[in-house]
Ligand binder design. Structure first.
Ligand code: WT7
Length: 567
């Protein structure tokens, strides 16, 4: 049988970061502002009337915006923030569903020199509180449906001077809250964009680790260089593409490749502000004749579960390039997508910290289903021996994924946590916290995480944050949150809970604890299972050893417990 792999001329033979600098007209030392590059610059190139955004919600409402609209609406929000007295360098949180104001607001904050802090709108008050307090956020832009969560914690956030509600209309707000209505605000045609340079802070994304509360990954405006180039080369964006990235900008995929990458390329993108439904998604792809689609393994597994027949009811003939991120992309998903859509999903590996795709299957490169592909040109990646911290030379050896720092979109630190950042580097390598091997052809194969972080549906959740919330429940004495396998989400949270004396665990208490965590943190962090135990495995110094519980869940060998107990 003939190979179905289409090989094209190597698209990246001569790709390096300076290509992006040249294409964007940037020279070292110049002003560089992501908000300006994603809107004004595209207009100046003669593409002002080109469609930038086609937005649709669950009810089927739809709105279309040109790059000139993007320019003016982001100006308007930037001007409004500056008028309130928000200063460059201050953190402005975007706490909204995927409504147009979220996208314009993100660019607007960057245009006025603020640091954009997008947070997932499904976060409960405690997840919100932790991240706003750590960042010392001074303004939050939100919607009526989410403002109650902000009200609940506002008194404990002395830095939070402005609560801005974008859909207040004529409904009353509380004292100290400000209404902003984009449709009624005077259009600001000209705004003096903040003269940010390469190292000026741009975006602050909170990401979960094993220990402690989530860390603020701090990006700079120069990240644009990486995001522009990888969007162009890996996602293969061309002038006439209609691009859909189904990630929420509360997570890094939704900003790097749901805002910055596509719009700095002048690409038309579509946004669907609605939950998952296979039929709805296919109808959306068909209606807008989407050509390039960036999705995630959990979504693909959900589509696979519905069956290929559902896809056949829709005309998906416009699709020409598919990519995936967030979790291991299983070989079956690659093969299924090739059969169902005529195109394989191309795996891409990266992190909040890397800011851009670092290991990937490039367009035209033969795909080995199940492999993440190879390092993007300009990225040096290796599998590092966990004992010597030197690159493993033998093919197939499993080690830690290490990257040589220095590419444009690498974060510049964790907010107010220099030690946490320093700990990520060993022997000149940035360690991602993941394990992998490299085959003789140089392809990377993902093995698993090297820590206790739980990856549920492509979203990292930190066990410490869940355990802290569990401890606030009146019945809980101690707990451990670990990953347990799940057919669709790959992993979900399971909590082992020891109750206070005299309390017995039953189904009602289980549900009560689950809801308690869901409301405080988020639906993602909610344990899908709770096991009541009398004690938890601990080291001699009293530290709970989640590894033992996790190994049990995955049916893996527990390892040498005697050494664990000595830690
Ligand atoms: C972690 C980063 C950056 C976008 C989404 C998540 C896991 C990411 C893959 C992949 C296997 C992957 C890793 C990584 N991950 N992409 N293609 N195959 N695992 O960003 O929340 O910072 O999570 O997601 O464990 O370290 P993030």
């Amino acid at each position: 049988m003939m190979s179905t792999v289409v090989t094209r001329p190597d698209p990246v033979a001569a790709v390096d970061w300076s290509n992006a600098e040249n294409a964007l007209g940037y020279r070292p030392g110049d002003v560089i502002n992501i908000g300006w590059h994603c809107s004004d610059r595209i207009c100046q190139e003669g593409r002002a009337a080109k469609t930038a955004l086609i937005w649709e919600d669950a009810a089927g409402a739809s709105r279309t915006y040109t790059f000139d609209d993007l320019r003016v609406h982001s100006n308007t929000i930037a001007d409004f923030l500056a008028g309130l007295g928000v200063q460059p360098g201050e953190r402005v949180c975007l706490f909204m569903d995927r409504i147009p104001e979220l996208y314009f607001g993100f660019l607007g904050v960057l245009k006025m020199g603020g640091i954009a802090q997008p947070l997932f709108s499904a976060f409960g008050d405690e997840s919100l509180m932790t991240r706003l307090a750590n960042a010392g956020t001074t303004a939050i832009i939100t919607q009526r449906k989410h403002v109650a969560k902000v009200r609940k914690i506002r008194a404990a956030l002395p830095d939070l001077r402005h609560v801005i509600v974008v859909d207040a209309h004529d409904a009353p707000l509380r004292e100290g809250e400000t209404a902003f209505d984009l449709d009624r605000a005077p259009r600001v045609e000209r705004f003096e964009v903040f003269p940010s340079t390469a190292e000026t802070p741009s975006v602050l994304h909170y990401t979960s680790g094993t220990t402690g509360l989530p860390k603020g990954a701090q990006h700079v405006h120069y990240s644009l260089i990486s995001q522009y180039l990888t969007a162009k080369v890996v996602l293969d964006l061309k002038e006439n593409d209609i691009y859909w990235c189904n990630a929420d900008p509360g997570w890094v995929t939704g900003t790097s490749y749901g805002i910055i990458g596509p719009w700095s390329n002048g690409t038309t993108q579509v946004v669907l502000d609605s939950g998952f439904s296979a039929d709805r998604w296919y109808a959306f792809l068909a209606k807008h004749r989407v050509t390039v689609w960036y999705s995630a393994p959990t979504a693909i597994r959900l589509l696979m579960r519905e069956g290929a027949a559902v896809a056949k009811h829709h005309d998906l003939s416009a699709l020409r390039h598919l990519a995936s991120v967030g979790e291991p992309l299983n070989a079956e998903a690659v093969i299924w997508s090739r059969e169902t859509f005529g195109h394989p999903f191309h795996d891409t590996f990266w992190q909040t910290e890397t800011g851009c795709i670092v290991i990937t299957n490039l367009p035209g490169m033969p795909i080995k289903p199940g492999s993440m592909g190879k390092p993007f040109p300009g990225i040096t990646a290796a599998v590092i021996d966990p004992k010597t911290y030197e690159p493993c030379t033998a093919p197939g050896r499993v080690g830690l994924i290490g990257l040589r720092p220095g590419w444009p979109s690498m974060i510049r630190g964790y907010w107010h946590n220099p030690d946490g950042y320093a700990r990520k580097f060993v022997n000149g390598w940035y360690l991602c916290g993941d394990r992998a091997s490299i085959d003789p052809d140089g392809y990377f194969w993902f093995v698993g995480r090297d820590d206790d972080v739980i990856n549920t549906g492509g979203h990292l959740v930190g066990p410490f944050e869940i355990e802290s919330a569990l401890l606030e429940h009146p019945a809980v004495a101690e707990s451990a949150a670990v990953a347990t396998p799940d057919l669709v989400n790959m992993e979900v949270v399971k909590a082992f809970v020891a109750l206070k004396p005299g309390i017995t665990g039953d189904e009602d208490l289980e549900l009560d604890i689950m809801n308690f965590v869901r409301k405080r943190l988020s639906p993602l962090a909610m344990p899908q299972a709770i096991e009541f135990v009398t004690s938890l495995p601990k080291t001699r110094s009293g530290k709970i050893v989640r590894r033992v519980l996790r190994a049990q869940e995955f049916g893996e060998p527990v390892g040498d417990i005697s050494t664990l107990m000595d830690e």
